[in-house]
Design a protein around this ligand. Structure first.
Ligand code: BGP
Length: 477
């Protein structure tokens, strides 16, 4: 009998890749779909790189068969995608749009027919515009019922077919951009409103997890968290305190709320002192504790390093959306922390630190603090890929990135973490929310830029590499 080594990938490991509706589908108004907040936001001048938008994206909506055939050729074991809420409920609630459900049913059936496990994300930022206009979206508790009705509709339809579900994708990143940086819709910059909307999103998340238990027995659900583990810049106690502040405000604020149903103490005390704490009504924390996840979805791209930031110091700054290396400013909260480059790490052209050990650290921190299974729901490298004269894309830098991060997964398994799977971001090239089509992530190149293109699919070198990794069950990386 073969005894698996402790650090072998489990036999049923979900070797996957991921996407999100707005970033791949296109067909923005097809078959009864209503507009999402992103359909409008991307049309406002100056909001995205060269005004790029997802009207066509990579036209996955019309190319599902071709794309799933490529996944099957690769031997993919799991595909993570998101459902667009306004395809199902064009105005956020009311009558179900059957054509929207039918599209996802075709996708799911086709995945299953090819032995690919669907991983369904309920919300990847494309809120129905109608709900934004009607009551301000995530700023109003009415969204909790509307979100639950939408999710239950999907549970009822797909319970027998989909086992793995993601509730909210990157609530932390999305709402920080939406309500602190003003870079995602509705482009607000107000910390009090940020913490208030974020609290309502926690309640919605817990409510739909609670409902999941009744409708999808045997299924697993959890949020996907954008986890950038914090490092201290040095062992100077000031830097250590800045690191503690950053970990609590930028990570544990979400993770503890999801998994423990409470907010971390020092951060809550600080916000109360500043009059920025969310309003916690009777029953809220009970609901959070009733709706804790089965597993934690981890979107890991980089670590962040923090240093002391005095009162009157560095404020929150926007990220690099051009790919001009070295243009990312320090960002922070005066009196608490600010980011500083990590001299030990290389970065991508978008200044994202390349840190596979950081992923091992992420998985260890999560596993030991919460004792839950984990799934890497996103990890990948966005770069300027070139289609060369030989008709190929030589993305050896992406292979190096993914290989080193898969080794980190192996080490995390050795550390005792329970890791269900790994979804690389992304399967095909996609629209990057703020960086347009120039920042590519896929195993499959899509011939298009901000102006458009043939939308032809071309397998990159990384496609062939990942295919052989999957075939070997992770033995040859
Ligand atoms: C995550 C999102 C993804 C994806 C990825 C890459 O935050 O969940 O949707 O966009 O980051 O980010 P970017 O496109 O900014 O490079």
């Amino acid at each position: 009998m073969h005894h698996p080594k402790f650090n072998d990938f489990p036999a049923d490991f979900l070797w996957g890749a991921a996407s999100a509706a707005y970033q791949v589908e296109g067909a923005w108004d097809a078959d009864g779909k209503g507009p999402s907040v992103w359909d409008l936001f991307t049309k406002l001048p100056g909001k995205t790189f060269e005004g790029s938008n997802g009207d066509v994206a990579v036209d996955h909506y019309h190319r599902v068969e071709e794309d799933v055939a490529l996944m099957a050729e690769m031997g993919l074991k799991a595909y993570r995608f998101s459902v667009s809420w306004p395809r199902i409920f064009p105005t956020g609630r009311g009558e179900v749009n059957e054509a929207g459900l039918a599209f996802y049913e075709r996708l799911i059936d086709s995945l299953i027919a090819h032995g690919i496990e669907p991983v369904l994300t309920l919300y990847h930022w494309d809120l129905p515009q109608a709900l934004q206009e009607e009551y301000g979206g995530w700023e109003d508790r009415r969204i909790i019922d509307d979100f639950e009705r939408y999710c239950v509709t999907l549970y009822q339809r797909f319970a027998g077919k989909v086992k793995y579900w993601v509730s909210l994708n990157e609530q932390n990143y999305n709402l920080t951009n939406a309500y602190q940086l003003g870079t995602h819709p509705p482009a607000v910059q107000d910390r009090k409103r940020f913490f208030a909307a974020n609290h309502i999103a926690f309640l919605a998340n817990a409510r739909v997890i609670k409902a999941f238990r009744q409708h999808v027995p045997g299924g697993l659900i959890g949020p996907s968290f954008a986890y950038s583990p914090a490092y201290p810049a040095s062992c100077d106690p000031k830097d250590m305190l800045a690191f503690e502040n950053a970990e609590e405000f930028t990570n544990l604020w979400w993770l503890d709320a999801y998994c423990f149903g409470r907010y971390p103490q020092a951060a809550l005390a600080y916000l109360r002192e500043n009059g920025e704490a969310p309003e916690i009504l009777a029953g809220d924390l009970e609901l959070l504790r009733e709706g804790t996840p089965d597993y934690i979805g981890v979107n890991y791209y980089y670590t962040l390093t923090f240093t002391d930031n005095p009162i009157g110091g560095q404020t929150m700054q926007r990220i690099n959306t051009t790919g001009q290396k070295g243009t990312t400013p320090s960002s922070g909260v005066p009196g608490l922390y600010k980011t500083t480059p990590n001299p030990h790490l290389e970065t991508s052209n978008w200044d994202w630190a390349i840190d596979p050990t950081g992923m091992r650290i992420a998985l260890r921190r999560l596993s030991s603090r919460y004792g839950l299974p984990l799934m890497i729901t996103e990890n990948g490298l966005g770069e300027f890929d070139k289609l060369t004269a030989d008709g190929r894309v030589h993305d050896d830098y992406r292979i190096a990135y993914l290989r080193s991060h898969l080794k980190a997964c192996q080490e995390a398994l050795q550390d005792g973490a329970e890791l269900l799977g790994y979804c690389a971001w992304s399967f095909t090239d996609i629209l990057s929310w703020l960086n347009g089509y120039q920042k590519r992530y896929g195993f499959v190149y899509v011939e298009r830029d901000e102006q458009g293109g043939s939308l032809r699919r071309i397998k990159k070198e990384s496609f062939h590499w990942y295919k052989s990794v999957i075939a070997s069950g992770g033995k040859t990386l």
